[in-house]
Structure formats: structure tokens, C-alpha cells
Design a protein around this ligand. Structure first.
Ligand SMILES: N[C@@H](CCC(=O)N[C@@H](CSS)C(=O)NCC(=O)O)C(=O)O
Ligand SMILES: [Fe+2]
Length: 272
């Protein structure tokens, strides 16, 4: 791409000059040109992001971190866009809201719930580091939409991050947040572990990959690996200073924690 359009894009993201080819990497353009897409959805009470990732050709889809109170909205989008929801994935056992994955499964019998093996949560499919979850045309491996599962403990022990390589996107749950990270003061949280998870399994992705977090409390929607490496002040600290900082964070407990944790251990299948 040359000319005024490129100059315009670069003027919006000056720091991306370093990584050139940035937002329009060839792979991502190809993935999106067959109609595949990510739809980011917001739940206002707990500032939670839900993602629908759909394969353009087969119209099969994943949903990541659905919330029980917004299942009706998500169902409407799935229906309107003619999608077949194959997997409802939770990045971890949430403490702040009840997952919508159990409710979605009762409404869409072809949908199976997914969570990490070591999360302690109940699901149809248990994943581990290195597993891949796929949707799309069964007869053509190259056309499949694949999410790589990366174990990124620290916020909880069972936290997973999902990488859509062809879409140059990473879904980080409550591990890496925009200019922040998940708290580490309950659910087997560990500041030391989250620091390792981010440096080894997220910051090692290409700079232009889009970071889609599990929450945002400041009105931001997405970031990139390059941006977070440059501007995430928590992670710019030494490991020792980061651990100290997280210990002193002293956030109040999520308002819904007492009902959310037990419900999410059984896929949210209780009345909200
Ligand atoms: N006030 C919210 C809870 C906010 C909170 O604790 N967020 C978590 C992710 S949800 S488990 C977190 O890790 N925050 C990190 C941060 O730095 O804010 C509520 O009551 O729901
Ligand atoms: Fe969380």
C-alpha cells in the first residue's frame, strides 16, 4: 500500500512505523477478505468484553466470555448474521459476572462449552497449553479458523489466552488489559506468574497483533502488542517492582463475586 492512505494510517499510529505493514498484515487481510471477522461486544455493569469470532465461508463461530445478562443480545446477533455457534469459550472462571456459556448451550444444542483443564470449572471440552480449537470448512485445513490456546496463569491459575494467528489477533482475557493487567489477589492469583505469562506468551507475538482484552474500565476497546510493550507502565516495571505494585493495588472485591464464582464453576447454569 502506498500514497496518501498509508501516510494517513501512519499519522494515526506513529509508533507503528517501526513495524511497518502493521495493521494490514497480509495474513490478516486474507483472513478478513474471506469474510471472517471479530465482533467485540460490551457488558456495561462489569465492563466485560465478549467476542464473536466467525468464519466467513462456513458461518461457524466461537464466542469468548459471554455474560449471562447479555445472552439475548448475543443470540440475536448470531441469528441475524446467520452464524452457527460451535464453541462458547471462557478464558477463566470469572469472579465478577456469571458466564453466559451454559445458557447459550441450552439455546443452541450444537454449541459446546470450553474452559482450561486446571480452572476447576465444568465444561464439555477441557483445554491445555498448545491445544487448538477450530471451526470452518472441514475438508480444507488451510481454510480453517484456528485459535491457539496459551496457558497464561497469574490472574487465576486456569487463565487461557487465545491467539488467532491468521487474524493477527490475541484474546487475552484478564491476563493483559489495555495499559494494565488482571488483579492477582484472589483465585490463586500470582503477580510473579502473570508477569511471566505476559512476557513469554503475549509479548512474544508479532508487534502488530491486535490485543483484545476481557475488560476495560477506561473506555478503550483494543490495543496492539507493540503499544502495550511501549506504554503498559505496570509491565515496564522490573519483576520485583511489579510484584510489589500488585501487592499494594488493594482493589475492592468484585460486587458479584459471591454468586459468580460458584455459578461459573458449573458453567453459569443457575438463575442470575
Ligand atoms: N469493580 C468491578 C471489579 C473490578 C475488578 O476487580 N476487575 C478485575 C477483572 S474482573 S475478575 C481486574 O483484574 N482488575 C484489574 C484492574 O487493575 O482493575 C466489579 O465490581 O465487578
Ligand atoms: Fe477475572
Amino acid at each position: 500500500m502506498h500514497g496518501p492512505l498509508q501516510m494517513f494510517i501512519r499519522s494515526l499510529h506513529p509508533f507503528l512505523k517501526k513495524t511497518s505493514n502493521v495493521c494490514l498484515s497480509t495474513q490478516r487481510r486474507r483472513a478478513l477478505s474471506n469474510g471472517s471477522f471479530v465482533r467485540q461486544l460490551f457488558e456495561q455493569t462489569t465492563s466485560t468484553y465478549t467476542y464473536i469470532i466467525a468464519d466467513g465461508k462456513s458461518r461457524e463461530a466461537f464466542i469468548i466470555d459471554p455474560v449471562i445478562t447479555t445472552v439475548a443480545r448475543d443470540m440475536q446477533i448470531i441469528k441475524q448474521l446467520g452464524l452457527t455457534l460451535r464453541y462458547a469459550i471462557n478464558t477463566h472462571v470469572h469472579a465478577d459476572h456469571i458466564t453466559g456459556s451454559g445458557r447459550l448451550k441450552t439455546l443452541l444444542p450444537e454449541c459446546r462449552s470450553v474452559i482450561s483443564k486446571c480452572s476447576g470449572g465444568k465444561a464439555d471440552i477441557y483445554i491445555e497449553h498448545g491445544d487448538e480449537i477450530e471451526i470452518g470448512e472441514k475438508n480444507d485445513k488451510n481454510q480453517r479458523l484456528v485459535l491457539e490456546c496459551r496457558s497464561t496463569p497469574g490472574h487465576t491459575n486456569g487463565c487461557m489466552t487465545f491467539v488467532w494467528h491468521k487474524g493477527a489477533s490475541v484474546f487475552t482475557g484478564d491476563c493483559l488489559l489495555i495499559r494494565g493487567c488482571g488483579r492477582t489477589d484472589f483465585q490463586q492469583g500470582s503477580a510473579d506468574k502473570i508477569y511471566t505469562s505476559i512476557y513469554e506468551h503475549i509479548y512474544t507475538l508479532p508487534d502488530h497483533f491486535i490485543v483484545y482484552p476481557g475488560h476495560d474500565y477506561t473506555g478503550q476497546t483494543s490495543s496492539t502488542v507493540a503499544e502495550e510493550k511501549q506504554f503498559n507502565s505496570r509491565l515496564l516495571k522490573s519483576r520485583e517492582d511489579f510484584v510489589k505494585f500488585m501487592k499494594e493495588l488493594k482493589l475492592s472485591y468484585p460486587l458479584q463475586i459471591d454468586k459468580a464464582l460458584p455459578a461459573n464453576l458449573v458453567c453459569g447454569l443457575v438463575d442470575p
